[in-house]
Write a protein that binds this ligand. Structure first.
Ligand code: PGA
Length: 231
């Protein structure tokens, strides 16, 4: 199982270090990923099953891109996992599939683990499963789904940060359809919390969760990892 925490725009340097040290101090069995903000990246001696990743990057080693972070800056922190295609970047920041694809290909060429996020907005969900899958497959346009260091996260936009997780049936239906073409581990994300982690991890073809809000508390995040460990 893979249990991932996306800090988004939360935590500072000190609280991130406390979080990382706390999680790294535990002897979990599951794979753990933590995506802090850039400003809180640090050098840690992490256990082999725990990785520090980034929420974004600009697809260059270095260059003249004001305000962006390239790969040479990330290498200093031994970053070996990146989030690409998160709904907040697609929908709030207007990142296009073309830009997303550039990032994907760059990270792939760097042999970095990619957590690739897909998911439909509410108005597409309301049109039914065919519309949902057609929307999601469009988000794979150009993406090498056979990349060996790929993890796919299904995160319905309407379930992110709303407290309203998708139903078990909805999650199962989408994951089963993704599984037909995708061999990579499949995560679910969208209002995952301690109380629903067990039932979500029990869904067929669900290999883990990508958690925002409920993961920012280190004790809650730890509980979610323990739930995965005990499955
Ligand atoms: P959430 O966010 O857990 O706050 O819904 C999930 C995500 O955006 O990855």
């Amino acid at each position: 199982m893979i249990i991932a925490s996306n800090f988004k725009t939360n935590h500072n340097r000190q609280s991130t270090k406390e979080f990382m040290d706390f999680i790294n101090g535990k002897d979990y069995f599951s794979e753990v990923r933590i995506f802090p903000p850039y400003t809180a990246l640090n050098n840690y001696d992490l256990r082999p099953n725990i990785r520090q990743g980034v929420q974004n990057f600009y697809p260059v080693d270095s260059g003249s891109i004001t305000g962006e972070i390239g790969f040479s800056q990330l290498e200093e922190f031994e970053i070996d996992s990146v989030l690409i295609g998160h709904s907040e970047r697609r929908h709030v920041l207007g990142e296009s599939q073309k830009e997303i694809l550039k990032k994907f290909d760059f990270a792939k060429q760097k042999e970095c683990e990619i957590v690739y996020c897909v998911g439909e907005p509410k108005e597409v969900r309301e049109q039914g499963i065919e519309a949902v899958m057609s929307y999601i497959w469009d988000q794979f346009d150009g993406i090498d789904i056979d990349y060996e260091d790929l993890i796919v996260a299904y995160e319905p936009v309407w379930a992110i940060g709303t407290g309203l997780s998708a139903s078990q049936e909805d999650i199962k239906e989408v994951l089963n359809m993704l599984r037909v073409k995708i061999k990579a581990p499949l995560l679910y994300g969208g209002s995952v919390k301690v109380a629903n982690t067990k039932e979500i991890l029990g869904i067929e073809n669900c290999d883990g969760v990508l958690v925002g809000t409920a993961s920012w508390d280190k004790d809650d995040f730890s509980k979610m990892i323990e739930i995965a460990d005990n499955l």
